[in-house]
Ligand binder design. Structure first.
Ligand code: ADP
Length: 691
């Protein structure tokens, strides 16, 4: 990257006058080198830093650049200042200190303000975007990359555009939005071919292979992966070979060819170590841990993923730490250490929420719309300019004899172009007004449902719950105070009152849950149902213990789905707690499974409880429908109605199959969303390659 920086007049001078032993000289003593003083001093540091940088000695390069910075930051008025700050940003990146790298870049953007050479400025924005992505700041990364792309578009910097497009693909890749990632990688590939940049053709091929791998399209993944690997070899491109080897390892892992997979992973790791690429190392080590897990070497899997986690923490890469937590949990679970596994699962859940929250994704969408509207405006402007130029050229060329004819042609053309640009304008206006209408509509719906919800919550919590609590507490007080004054029947009546209060409280709570499902807008996220199971079982652990229940979960079949996290937790919790509650004479045994059926997942919760009569199997999903008295089984009759509402909100179905005295199986379906990743598989993450 440093190569891209123009070598100034001064550098050339130094190259000529500097003694060949300059590199062996300690940096601190450089300021006394004869002939390089005052003005020349910072150039000397820059020169030495650059040499160290190119040799991969980044610590030393940093020292030299910092010395140059001490001098240049005082005047801030030379080209050397810009070069020094850029070099600092790049070196900190190489040293995996993304935060500091961005601070340097930011200093430069602030220094330039609206000015600054667009090609260099956009390059810095891309580098900042990469840093933000690694740090988990998706929104900032997205904005910077789009701005860079626009700037590069305006000056026709195709090579710059390649990088922005590639990085946008990578950002979406890490957001698990594979269709969008594929779209940007394909754009990168097309442009790279058009302008014939070998290394970018390679990167985009490798990236497309990785997306296919994530989408479980092994055939396409191998095709693109091999093509990329061969190309990297041909170019003798070490980093490319490392990533391609890694991706091929991943393919072999998916095909259960473990020996081959390990061979490729080891090749990849060796190159990444040699290059000091820690981010990349974490990916490969994590993949190796998954492999050990698959072949039953769980202890080895734990120590391996442990070392990946340490490196990820060292470089502060949130996405990497997140993956490591997940695989730590998996490795511990396979090793039979459920408690440790659970600990990491919790860490994963917490961090996952902060890195991939819905708000970030929706903000990204908003920025994207803004960007597309801006693009359209630019198109319209361009069209109008073209139109003017055409008009001018044509009018010079026409002869007087054809004047009238051509004039009418011109007019026709003018009208056509005008119409075209009007159409675009109209289209854009329509888009904006449609979007506005939709937002208005949504706002109104949101407002009225919010209002309803607020009213309901108010009535429920104040008008009903509060006096209820008063009845409960005063009844208990009367019982305690007048213990000797009351006869046994009065005591019994008091107990009825307290019992009634508790039941009514339960009823109100269940009603609130139902009303929330009904009125809240669905926020869909990728959810790993393995994690859902862990959360629900934790919530129900008391009931499980009390009833001596056994819950068997077919973890291998538990997929990743796109759904509302709280609602899916509620759904499983209601169904499993019913399976425990409606038990027969034997201890409850509950089996939870999932099957993939065309474009939907069908989950099942099977119990060995009392069962349900065929004529009631539909009715139980109605509100307040109960088949038993409260003395037999406690309840409110709202649980299954809530389940039905949740499933229907997710465009699925719920039903039960049951034999009285033998048990019941509750089933529900959830459609498979195309862009939801199938499972958090052992596959490989794409790596960023900044050319
Ligand atoms: P609640 O559990 O509060 O009574 P639900 O809406 O959850 O209300 O269930 C409605 C009725 O369906 C229950 O009262 C019970 O009769 C029946 N039911 C639900 N789950 C089961 C089950 N696993 N086995 C047998 N009966 C069940």
């Amino acid at each position: 990257m440093v190569k891209a920086i123009t070598i100034t007049y001064f550098w050339i001078t130094i190259l000529i006058i500097a003694p060949s032993s300059i590199l062996a000289t300690p940096i601190n003593s450089l300021n006394v080198i004869a002939g390089i003083q005052n003005n020349g001093e910072s150039e000397a540091h820059l020169y030495v830093g650059k040499e160290y940088y190119e040799k991969g000695l980044y610590e030393k390069a940093l020292e030299a650049f910092l010395l140059a910075y001490q001098i240049e930051s005082k005047s801030k008025n030379s080209e050397n200042y810009v070069q020094t700050v850029i070099s600092l940003g790049q070196t900190q990146f190489k040293l995996n200190d993304y935060e500091t790298s961005n601070q340097h870049y930011k200093e430069l953007l602030d220094y330039w303000g609206k000015k600054g050479e667009p090609a260099i400025k956009s390059k810095i924005m891309v580098d900042m975007g990469i840093n933000h992505r690694i740090l988990g700041n998706s929104e900032q990364s997205y904005t910077l990359l789009l701005d860079a792309l626009q700037l590069q578009g305006s000056i026709g910097d195709n090579e710059g555009k390649l990088k922005s497009l590639y990085q946008l693909g990578t950002l979406f890749f890490y957001q698990k939005n594979y269709p969008e990632a594929l779209n940007y990688y394909q754009k990168t590939h097309d442009l790279a071919k058009e302008i014939n940049i070998q290394r970018s053709i390679y990167s985009s091929l490798a990236a497309i292979g990785s997306v296919y791998d994530r989408q479980e399209n092994l055939e396409m993944a191998s095709k693109f992966g091999l093509e990329a690997y061969e190309m990297a070899k041909q170019m003798d491109y070490a980093q490319g070979m490392a990533y391609s080897a890694h991706n091929l390892g991943s393919n072999f892992l998916s095909q259960k060819q473990y020996f081959k997979a390990l061979e490729f992973f080891e090749e990849a790791l060796a190159i990444k170590r040699k290059q000091g690429d820690k981010w990349g190392q974490v990916g490969t080590i994590r993949a190796m841990s998954a492999l050990y897990n698959k072949i039953g070497e769980s202890e080895k899997a734990i120590t391996t993923i442990q070392s990946a986690l340490e490196i990820a923490q060292e470089i502060g890469a949130k996405n990497r730490i997140l993956e490591a937590y997940y695989y730590m949990a998996e490795a511990y679970k396979s090793a039979g250490k459920a408690e440790d596994g659970y600990k990491f699962l919790n860490k994963y859940i917490q961090l996952n929420d902060s890195v991939m929250n819905q708000q970030t994704i929706s903000q990204m969408k908003e920025i994207k719309t803004d960007y597309e509207i801006q693009q359209k405006e630019a198109q319209i402007e361009l069209l109008q300019k073209e139109n003017e130029i055409d008009t001018l050229n044509t009018s010079i060329a026409i002869s007087t004899a054809l004047f009238l004819l051509i004039l009418s042609l011109l007019l026709g053309r003018q009208i056509y172009s005008q119409k075209k640009s009007n159409r675009l304008l109209e289209e854009k206006n329509r888009e904006i007004s449609n979007a506005n209408e939709k937002i208005d509509h949504q706002n109104k719906a949101l407002e009225s449902s919010n209002e309803e919800l607020q009213q309901f919550a108010y009535v429920a919590s104040h008008d009903l719950k509060e006096p209820l609590r008063m009845i409960g507490s005063y009844t208990s007080l009367i019982k305690r105070r007048y213990v000797t004054n009351l006869d046994p029947t009065a005591h019994e009546f008091m107990d009825f009152v307290v019992d009634g209060v508790t039941r009514m409280e339960n009823l109100l709570n269940d009603l609130l849950t139902y009303s929330r499902v009904n009125s809240r807008e669905l926020v869909l996220k990728n959810i790993d149902t393995k994690i859902t199971m862990a959360i629900v079982l934790n919530n129900l652990q008391e009931a499980i213990k009390r009833q001596d229940a056994t819950v068997n979960i077919n973890y291998d079949k538990m997929p990743e789905i796109k759904a509302s996290k709280t609602q899916i937790n509620q759904l499983f919790q209601n169904l499993i707690s019913n399976a425990i509650k409606f038990r027969g004479p034997h201890s409850p045994v509950i089996n939870i499974d999932c099957q993939k059926n065309n474009d939907q997942y069908i989950f099942s919760i099977k119990d060995n409880g009392i069962g349900i009569n065929p004529e009631n199997q539909q009715k139980i999903f109605e509100m307040f429908r109960r088949l038993h008295t409260n003395e037999e089984f406690e309840g409110t009759g709202i649980g299954l109605a809530t389940c039905k509402k949740i499933v229907e909100k997710h465009k699925g179905k719920i039903w039960v199959e049951s034999t009285v005295g033998e048990g019941s199986s509750f089933f529900f379906s959830i459609p498979i969303q195309k862009d939801a990743s199938q499972e958090l598989k052992n596959g490989i993450l794409i790596e960023s390659i900044s050319n």
